[in-house]
Write a protein that binds this ligand. Structure first.
Ligand SMILES: Nc1ncnc2c1ncn2[C@@H]1O[C@H](COP(=O)(O)OP(=O)(O)OP(=O)(O)O)[C@@H](O)[C@H]1O
Ligand SMILES: [Mg+2]
Length: 254
């Protein structure tokens, strides 16, 4: 059995009268690709934001490798090994691909940003190795601002990996990408997760991507988990078909 990386128990959050998340519990193991799916407003992003410290839960516990991280600040959670990618890419457009990743490595190694200029050569080889890993080794010197969207997503993945995360949170990582690129990005993520023993939790509206790459699925509806299982089990679940898959999602996303 793989090591449990993340353990979530009875997580809840409401906004005024709206119960965004009510009593959600699950685990993610090293190397596992776990998809959190559900209709718009189901509470997926709220869950993510409670896991990385952006939102403080009303109740429940989050532990990373057995250490409780509930209520810690995002920066601390990140330091403890939780990486994330964003729906809107977060690279610096005027800096090159290599520089963006070098900066993430500098940050991971807690050097000061003020040292950036003299440190320009630092972590050059590590950045190159990470960028090779995500298939961006040939574009090291291009400014991020001119990259194709799919390539930018790969750089973003390399930036998340610079922190050597044990858990990677990806909230709709393939939003805005062409279908072929989506499959490629998640294939790459799955390969790296397996090689490095990273637990990956991702949300995704494209069911082709989910069923192709998730080892296991959690289905959230109105803040509550209504199903959990393998892609085949979830696909066959009556309640899931009713609230989510039945609405035309099962054939090719949106
Ligand atoms: N900051 C907030 N203030 C008030 N209500 C909020 C806030 N954030 C989320 N909500 C509400 O909580 C519920 C869950 O929202 P959430 O964004 O987590 O859903 P989601 O599953 O990520 O949806 P989507 O698929 O559209 O991204 C929704 O009813 C939403 O309107
Ligand atoms: Mg969301």
């Amino acid at each position: 059995m793989s090591e449990t990386v993340l353990s979530v128990s009875d997580l809840a959050k409401s906004y005024g009268g709206v119960q965004a998340v009510t009593g959600v519990s699950f685990d993610v193991s090293a190397g596992e690709m776990l998809a959190l799916i559900g209709p718009n407003g189901a509470g997926k992003s709220t869950c993510f934001n409670m896991l990385n410290g952006q939102i403080r839960p009303d109740r429940g516990r989050v532990s990373l490798l057995g250490r409780e991280i509930t209520g810690r600040r995002p920066r601390d959670v990140w330091r403890m090994g939780v990486g994330r990618t964003f729906q809107i890419t977060a690279t610096f457009g005027s800096m090159t691909v290599a520089e963006n990743v070098q900066m993430a490595l500098l940050s991971h190694h807690s050097r000061l940003f003020g040292l950036w200029k003299p440190a320009a050569a630092q972590f050059r080889e590590e950045a190159r190795a990470l960028l090779d890993r995500v298939g961006m080794g040939a574009q090291l010197e291009r400014p991020c601002g001119v990259l194709a969207y799919g390539d930018l997503k790969r750089v973003e993945l390399a930036i998340a990996l610079a922190n050597a995360p044990r858990l990677l949170l990806m909230d709709e990582p393939t939003a805005g990408m062409a279908p072929g690129e989506r499959i490629a990005l998640m294939e790459l993520t799955a390969r790296i997760a397996k090689e490095s023993g990273i637990a990956v939790l991702f949300t995704e509206h494209d069911m082709d991507v989910v069923f192709a790459h998730a080892h296991r699925l959690l289905v959230l509806n109105r803040g509550t988990l209504i199903a959990e299982g393998s892609p085949a089990e979830v696909r066959a679940n009556e309640q899931v078909r009713e609230v989510y898959l039945g609405a035309g999602h099962v054939q090719g996303g949106h």
